[in-house]
Design a protein around this ligand. Structure first.
Ligand code: BES
Ligand code: MN
Ligand code: MN
Length: 462
C-alpha cells in the first residue's frame, strides 16, 4: 500500500491547512463563554467527515455539547471499526505564557520536531489526532482502500468528563455496534521509538471547602485564637501522604493491582532516560512513592494531587486577614480494580474525619472514571503492532500511560469491545499547557499508519 505515501505527499499541504482551520475555532468545553465556538466546531467536524466520504453524518444532540456521528458501511459481513475522538479542548490559560496565541496556529521548528510542529491549543489533544482519522478515511475512500466498515463518534465534552457521552453510549448499543474501538488521544515514547498505549489510569476528581469563622477576620485581633481555614486545609492536605509518599486514606490501596516482578522487569525494558526527563522539566530530582521507579509511579501506581488551591488575599501588596473559607481541587489517578466511586467515598469520609474542631469541611465530587488495560494477545493489538512495524520499520513497545480517558472503560462495559490506543503525541507536546503543539511528522505518520491498521485488522478478522 505504498500509494498512501504518494497520496500524503500530494495532499499534505491541504491536510495541514485544514487542521489549522479547525484549530482556529476555540472549542473550550469548560468555559460557557465559548459555547458558540464549540457548536461551530461540531459543524466543522460534520462537514469534514462528509467530505472524507462518511455517509449519514449527524449531529446528535445531548444535554450538553453534541456528538458528531458518521459511518461508512461497505458490507455488513465485514468487521466494523469505531473511531472515537474529541473536538473540545482545554482552556488556553495562562495565555501570557504562550509564545503565539493559542487559537492562531503557527508552525515552528523545535529540537524534537525539526520538520516543524503546529502550535495551538488542541493541536495534539485531540483535534490533530482526531483529524488524522478523518484524513485516513479520505485516503481509503478516495483510493478504494477501505477494507471494512467504519463508524466515527467525535464528542465535545471529553475534557469535562464525558458525562453525556456515557448516556449516549448506553442508549445506542445497536448504532455503535463494532468489532474494535480505535482511539488516537494518547502518546508514544519518541518519534523513533513507536509505542502503543496499553493502559489508562482511572480518575476521581473532588473539590473541598473548609469553613472557619462566619466572616473574614483581622489576623491580629483573631489570629492564633480561631482556626484559620487556609492553615487547616494545608495541614489536612499534607497529611494525605506519609513520609514515603504513600497515600494515607484508609482502604485506598485495598484493590490496587500489584504487578509481578516479571511484569515490572518487562516494563523497565522500555527506553527511558531519567537524566533527560529531569532536564526537560528543569528539576534536579524526581519525587514520588517509595519503592517505585518514575515510569511505575506514573503508570501502574495510584496518586493524589492538588490541582488548585485558593482562599484569602491574593491581590497586590499585603492584607492582614484570616479568610473565612479555603478551597482546593484534588485529583486521584487510579489503577485497575480501584473503583472510582468507592475511592471518592473513601476520600470524602476520611477528609471529613480529619477536620479539626473549629472548622467544617465540605467535599464535592466532580467526575471520574475507571482505569483501563488492553490485552496484547488480541487481533486488535496485533493489527496495530503490524501497522506500526510497516510505517516506522520497528515493532512498537506496549506501554501503560498515566493519563485518563474514562469513557474507554465504559465502552468495554456497555459495548463489550476492546479499545486500541494508537496515540501519536509526545509527552513534550505540552498538552493542557501553554504552547501545546503537534509534530507535522507525527500528524502525517498517523495518517499513514491508520489505514494499515484497518488493512491488518480486516485480514486478521477473517
Ligand atoms: N487525551 C487526554 C488523556 C491522555 C493524554 C491519556 C496523554 C494518555 C496520554 C485526555 O484528553 C485528558 O486530558 N483526559 C483527562 C481526564 C478527563 C476526564 C478530563 C486527564 O487525563 O486529565
Ligand atoms: Mn484528549
Ligand atoms: Mn485532554
Amino acid at each position: 500500500m505504498n500509494n498512501i505515501n504518494t497520496y500524503i505527499n500530494q495532499h499534505k499541504d491541504r491536510f495541514i491547512t485544514e487542521l489549522i482551520d479547525l484549530l482556529k475555532i476555540p472549542s473550550v468545553s469548560a468555559d460557557s463563554a465559548y459555547k458558540n465556538d464549540v457548536l461551530k466546531t461540531a459543524d466543522a467536524v460534520k462537514e469534514a467527515l462528509e467530505k472524507a466520504g462518511c455517509d449519514a453524518v449527524e449531529i446528535c444532540p445531548t444535554a450538553g455539547y453534541p456528538i458528531v456521528y458518521g459511518e461508512k458501511i461497505i458490507d455488513p459481513k465485514l468487521p466494523t471499526v469505531l473511531v472515537y475522538g474529541h473536538y473540545d479542548v482545554q482552556p488556553a490559560d495562562p495565555i501570557e505564557l504562550w509564545g503565539s496565541p493559542a487559537f492562531e496556529p503557527v508552525i515552528k521548528k523545535t529540537e524534537i520536531h525539526p520538520e516543524g510542529a503546529i502550535f495551538a491549543r488542541g493541536s495534539c489533544d485531540d483535534k490533530g489526532q482526531m483529524y488524522m482519522h478523518v484524513k485516513a478515511l479520505e485516503y481509503m475512500t478516495q483510493t478504494g482502500n477501505l477494507p471494512c466498515n467504519v463508524k466515527f463518534m467525535i464528542e465535545g465534552e471529553e475534557e469535562v468528563g464525558s458525562v453525556n457521552l456515557g448516556i449516549f453510549v448506553k442508549e445506542n448499543h445497536a448504532k455503535l455496534k463494532n468489532d474494535i474501538i480505535l482511539i488516537s488521544d494518547t502518546g508514544m515514547i519518541a518519534n523513533d521509538i513507536p509505542s502503543i498505549t496499553t493502559g489508562l489510569r482511572g480518575l476521581s476528581y473532588v473539590e473541598v471547602e473548609v469553613t472557619g469563622p462566619n466572616r473574614d477576620l483581622h489576623s491580629g485581633l483573631y489570629g492564633g485564637a480561631v482556626a484559620n481555614p487556609i492553615n487547616v486545609l494545608a495541614k489536612m492536605i499534607a497529611s494525605l501522604h506519609d513520609e514515603d509518599n504513600h497515600i494515607t486514606i484508609p482502604g485506598f490501596y485495598d484493590n490496587v493491582e500489584e504487578l509481578s516482578t516479571e511484569e515490572r522487569a518487562e516494563m523497565a525494558k522500555a527506553p527511558f532516560s531519567l537524566e533527560n526527563y529531569k532536564k526537560a522539566l528543569d528539576i534536579d530530582a524526581v519525587y514520588g512513592e517509595k519503592g517505585y521507579t518514575t515510569n511505575e509511579r506514573n503508570a501502574i501506581r495510584p496518586t493524589l494531587d492538588v490541582n488548585g488551591i485558593w482562599g484569602g488575599y491574593i491581590g497586590e501588596g499585603a492584607k492582614t486577614v484570616i479568610a473565612s473559607k479555603a478551597y482546593a481541587k484534588i485529583s486521584m489517578r487510579l489503577v485497575p480494580n480501584q473503583d472510582w466511586k468507592t475511592i471518592t467515598d473513601l476520600f470524602k469520609n476520611h477528609f471529613e474525619s480529619i477536620a479539626p474542631a473549629g472548622v467544617t469541611v465540605k467535599v464535592t465530587p466532580h467526575h471520574g472514571g475507571q482505569g483501563y488495560v488492553t490485552p496484547t494477545n488480541t487481533i486488535g493489538y496485533q493489527a496495530a503492532s503490524l501497522a506500526y512495524e510497516e510505517t516506522f520499520g520497528k515493532k512498537p513497545i506496549p506501554q501503560r500511560s498515566g493519563g485518563s480517558i474514562p469513557i474507554v472503560a465504559l465502552f468495554e462495559e456497555e459495548l463489550k469491545s476492546k479499545t486500541i490506543l494508537m496515540g501519536f503525541g509526545l509527552d513534550s507536546d505540552a498538552i493542557h499547557s501553554p504552547n501545546e503543539h503537534f509534530g507535522i511528522f507525527n500528524y502525517l505518520k498517523g495518517i499513514e499508519t491508520i489505514p494499515q491498521f484497518f488493512k491488518h485488522f480486516t485480514e486478521l478478522s477473517k
